[in-house]
Design a protein around this ligand. Structure first.
Ligand code: DNO
Length: 404
């Protein structure tokens, strides 16, 4: 398993030198500053490769840009509106340019309007550090009372709207602002920076879109770009919805194993693959992560390993980001399933036998609490996750493991 680490570029508070000390083998990055729908030019790609290739003192880092996360898909492609065909051309051109630069793995997602969503970016955990959290009541308070989305109250499980009204009534103004900011523009890596008015306008456009329509648009997108990915040797891998249930009345179509299966079968090519994110998918009790790794394994091109603790029953639910080996997903079983998949690939002579993974997110602990890195992407919390995962991999790969 290839040990990678996400880097947001030169502005990231956790740099290349930090990664080297963490023992990272490869880098996951994206050109976040390029507007969605524009081409990633060979020059811009080369510049990022060069940034990754050097330490702060100018000496070679020995690290390379191995995975793109994400090459974002425009809202026009998701809605099949406006000049979406021009966006498809740009997407194909970017894939060609990335392949030319030697990058083979490209992650993307198909979540309308919002990328990942949390209500707290720094929720105090029992140990005194902080973690990210999704609180369903807070989210409902935002949806019903801040965004004032028509029909919002009726879209939550019984009792949630009443609890949300009470919560909102007691909520100080500063927390209302913080909540809205956390949801709408608090998180790194999202393709677009929307303000509240943009979000309302986009929601209106999606209000009438059935999930089957969005799924059809995803399949159309893949039918258009996968042939180009095949031609140039790129493995595309779709990141799941985070959290894996509908929000704000928006359709969500990559939340379960059945969702993935439908899309993998519709465009049946190794270039049409999966980013298995155990933290995103793990927020549903009915997602069996080790089983998904075993069953979808030959199409899984990228792994995000992290864990969440679900705080309430059912779907949707409240949850917080746990330690990498804590939470609801059996991480040892998941890593074992990934190692088994790698063994199958080696036996089949596949060149992608080593699957890139990154320790996804991390709790803020120790120096993270003062360093102020990107939310969810602290140095020490991720290093701890990586070290724990590395321990699991080393133990399961040891000859003694078979004898145990
Ligand atoms: C959060 C991330 C997401 C992810 C995109 C992939 O930490 O996993 O922002 O990068 O959804 O397209």
């Amino acid at each position: 398993m290839r040990q990678t680490w996400r880097w947001f570029g030169p502005k990231d508070g956790v740099g290349i030198d930090d990664m080297l000390q963490a023992g990272v083998e490869g880098v996951v990055s994206a050109l976040h500053y390029v507007p969605t729908g524009a081409v990633w030019s060979p020059g811009a790609i080369r510049a990022r490769q060069e940034e990754i290739g050097v330490r702060a003192d100018g000496s070679p880092s020995g690290l390379a840009w191995e995975v793109v996360e994400s090459l974002p898909v425009s809202e026009d492609i998701k809605k099949q509106s406006g000049d979406w065909r021009a966006d498809l051309d740009a997407y194909r051109e970017s894939l060609g340019n990335l392949a030319q630069a030697g990058i083979e793995t490209v992650c993307y997602n198909f979540m309308p309007v919002l990328d990942w969503t949390r209500t707290d970016l720094a929720w105090r955990a029992a140990h005194g550090g902080t973690a990210m959290r999704f609180d369903l009541i807070d989210f409902a308070a935002f949806d019903i009372h801040i965004l004032e989305r028509p029909g919002a109250a009726g879209s939550f499980p019984e009792g949630v709207a009443e609890d949300a009204a009470r919560r909102f009534g007691e909520m100080p103004e500063a927390r209302r602002t913080e909540l809205a900011e956390s949801i709408v523009f608090g998180l790194p890596g999202a393709a677009e920076r929307f303000d509240m008015k943009d979000v309302q306008a986009h929601l209106g456009e999606y209000a009438v879109m059935a999930p089957e329509t969005l799924r059809g648009h995803l399949i159309d997108f893949l039918s258009e770009v996968v042939p180009e990915a095949e031609r140039c040797g790129i493995r595309l891998c779709c990141h799941p919805d985070d959290p894996p249930f509908p929000l704000l009345g928006l359709p969500r179509v990559m939340s379960t194993e059945a969702d993935y299966r439908a899309v993998l079968e519709a465009v049946d090519s190794p270039a049409n693959g999966v980013t298995l994110c155990s933290g995103s998918l793990g927020a549903r009790a009915d997602n069996d992560l080790p089983g998904m790794m075993a069953r979808l394994g030959d199409r899984i091109h990228f792994l995000h390993l992290r864990n969440v603790s679900r705080e309430t029953e059912g779907t949707p639910c409240s949850f917080h980001e746990a330690e990498h080996l804590g939470g609801g997903t059996d991480m040892v079983a998941l890593v074992k399933a990934a190692l088994d998949e790698e063994a199958r690939r080696r036996a089949a002579g596949r060149s992608d036998a080593s699957i890139p993974f990154r320790p996804d997110h991390g709790q803020d602990i120790l120096d993270d609490l003062t360093r102020k890195a990107q939310p969810g992407y602290p140095a020490v919390g991720r290093l701890k996750g990586l070290a724990e995962l590395r321990g699991v991999i080393a133990a399961l790969s040891h000859p003694l493991a078979g004898a145990a």
